[in-house]
Design a protein around this ligand. Sequence first.
Ligand SMILES: NC(=O)c1ccc[n+]([C@@H]2O[C@H](COP(=O)([O-])OP(=O)(O)OC[C@H]3O[C@@H](n4cnc5c(N)ncnc54)[C@H](O)[C@@H]3O)[C@@H](O)[C@H]2O)c1
Ligand SMILES: [Zn+2]
Length: 363
Amino acid sequence: MTLNLTRLPVAHPTGQYEVLVGADLLPNLAELAHIRGPIVLITDSHVGPRHASRLSGAACTVTIPAGEQHKTLATVQTIYNELLAAGIDRQATVVALGGGVVGDVAGFVAATYLRGVDFVQCPTSLLAMVDASVGGKTGVDLPQGKNLVGAFKQPTAVLADITTLQTLPAEEFAAGMAEVVKHGLISNPELFERLEIGDWRFSNQSPISSLQSLVATAIEVKRDVVQEDPFEQGRRATLNLGHTFGHAIEQVSGYRVRHGEGVALGLVAAANLSTRLGYCDPALQERIEAVLQRQGLPTRIPAAYDPAQIYQAMFSDKKKAAGRLRFILLRDVGDVFIAAEVAEAAVLETLTAVQDPESSPLQ
Ligand SMILES: NC(=O)c1ccc[n+]([C@@H]2O[C@H](COP(=O)([O-])OP(=O)(O)OC[C@H]3O[C@@H](n4cnc5c(N)ncnc54)[C@H](O)[C@@H]3O)[C@@H](O)[C@H]2O)c1
Ligand SMILES: [Zn+2]
């Protein structure tokens, strides 16, 4: 059995489960996750060939094509068909092995197939480990927008096997680091300072023990927030720090800017806006930029993306409350709050200020 396992209990409205963080967990999946019935493994075309063989005894394996464009109802339908053909009944446990896309799709299948079967998450991207796999949100995209259909489905266990990160592409690792930085900013100054001190950059080749502790610390932040607000009625919104800006930048770029990069730019913009509105010291933006740059993340919005266009795109984000934009702002590291009314002029000034000065006609 694996040594040095970090166990993080998560309480939710109908029970509790454990997030296990450690190396080489997949070979002991059934035992660690207390799975008794048949296992339905759902993975994607990048992760399956690399990691599915480490996990033995699946009654049925469904491999979906990798990529956000496959996070659709059509993919869900394909999975239902395969499960029915394999005679999968309600005793089964759906196991998601992959990044956030696999977790969201497989979780939605687990929530709905035969009105619900047990669900275990085995996140393999840094983003899925520290963010998507904890909190119970599952779902798919529609042509009209991202994550528009879904369900809350709590897993019975989450196994974050750090060993799987070794095959994660560097830019996907960096994207996950943006959410780690965000978690430090939301409520863990020590986590943020750990990324500030020294000059090391985390990568998927970092020692397992330091990745394990980084991942576990970042998960704890999300765990604490979702435990307090499981259905996103209040504090959970703070997890969207940087995301109002980030989603809009992603959208305007036609998704060439990946989610984690959008979040990185959004964190810089959130600090800039917070300073502009008098809530925080200008030094905070510089500290955030230094940490993001060290992790290989962008800190300036490419000049090709027009501030007015980014501002417009913010209104198509489903997270806005009743037509109003909602920004998460910073007072300091570990001190964030939800701001309902922010003047358009201030947002536009911020978008202009954090554009790339090299190529921007606006500076
Ligand atoms: N449910 C939630 O609360 C929640 C929270 C945040 C994000 N999300 C969702 O998560 C998704 C983003 O997650 P993501 O960044 O993991 O995207 P992803 O699942 O698309 O994974 C990114 C890429 O990395 C590959 N990959 C993953 N693990 C790998 C590994 N170990 N080795 C090699 N390749 C690997 C994937 O195949 C994919 O190509 C979005 O759809 C987002 O909406 C959900
Ligand atoms: Zn995010």
